[in-house]
Design a protein around this ligand. Structure first.
Ligand SMILES: NC(=O)c1ccc[n+]([C@@H]2O[C@H](COP(=O)([O-])OP(=O)(O)OC[C@H]3O[C@@H](n4cnc5c(N)ncnc54)[C@H](O)[C@@H]3O)[C@@H](O)[C@H]2O)c1
Length: 271
């Protein structure tokens, strides 16, 4: 399998490392794509002796079969449609970008027309198998509470506008509560899990999102509750954050690797 990676951060580095170790069999990285010539991806590419490129055209020239987007909402907009149109499978991690119905429609149509796979892994959450099954029967309520230590919420313009001193919180503080449609765009690098939950379930308008900064937390902790005709279920996830990036959980990195493994597998266990 010829793999392209967009991004040069926590997930991109982990990916290249696993592929280099042979964890994905004969898969190899054919290019790492960055935002510009000075991007961090260039250093990763150099240290793993992989070509570094900028832009969809240059990435396509390296003839990837599958591209893993591990960069940003902008990257989904810049690369997504161009890759799918050319029949390249795309695994999207910055899936909050797909809260934009126009963009999601373009990607879905490009995938339909070319036959390429558009895959959004479950990232830092689970239970999407049960949710999808329950939705066939009918689901009335899906809620997700995304709670992380205060450090994970720093540097976000929406949070800065709230004028909260994240270093001095004494207890849990709710940063947002409402529809995923409204909340997801406020936190571009932090609540992608609410986006994949919405897309696998009852959509961005009906899925309820609560975002909390909690100084007592060691792990990124998420609570999901689903109620519908088949019954109810509740899930709690306590995710170990990546040491260099408190916004990203290890589980999310490994979910992308698992999605990549599934691309060519003729057998599927679980919905
Ligand atoms: N779906 C999930 O559950 C989930 C979980 C964790 C992270 N994520 C998302 O995955 C992405 C990667 O996570 P990370 O922890 O590796 O982030 P990171 O911040 O460590 O690295 C992101 C990298 O992407 C690069 N980048 C940004 N915009 C780009 C563009 N337009 N073109 C090319 N490169 C670009 C940056 O320069 C940086 O090197 C983020 O968007 C993050 O929000 C999703």
């Amino acid at each position: 399998m010829r793999i392209g990676i967009i991004g040069g951060g926590t997930i991109a580095r982990m990916f290249v490392e696993h592929i280099r170790r042979g964890d994905l069999g004969r898969a190899r990285v054919v290019a790492i794509a960055g935002r510009n010539e000075r991007s961090r991806g260039r250093d990763i590419a150099k240290s793993y002796r992989v070509p570094f490129v900028v832009g969809a055209k240059a990435l396509l020239a390296k003839k990837p079969e599958v591209v893993v987007e591990a960069a940003s909402h902008d990257a989904v907009r810049e690369y997504g449609e161009a890759l799918l149109k050319k029949g390249v499978a795309l695994i999207v991690l910055s899936c909050g970008a797909l809260c934009d119905d126009t963009l999601r429609g373009k990607l879905e149509r490009a995938a339909e027309r070319s036959g390429a796979l558009l895959s959004v892994p479950s990232g830092g959450i689970g239970g999407l198998d049960a949710l999808k099954a329950a939705c066939v029967a009918g689901v009335e309520e899906v809620t997700i509470a995304v709670t992380k230590p205060p450090a994970a919420w720093k540097g976000i313009p929406y949070v800065e506008r709230l004028e909260i001193d994240l270093d001095r919180l004494r207890g849990p503080h709710v940063l947002f509560e409402g529809a995923a449609r409204e909340g997801v765009p406020h936190f571009p690098a932090n609540v992608n899990i609410a986006a994949v939950l919405s897309m696998a379930g009852i959509g961005f308008d009906k899925t309820r999102l609560k975002v909390v900064a909690d100084p007592a937390l060691k792990y990124n902790t998420h609570y999901i509750d689903v109620r519908g005709r088949t019954g109810r279920f509740s899930i709690k996830l306590e995710n170990v954050p990546a040491p260099e990036n408190p916004k990203t959980a290890w589980l999310a990195c490994y979910s992308a690797l698992a999605a990549l493994k599934a691309v060519k597998s003729p057998v599927r266990y679980g919905t």
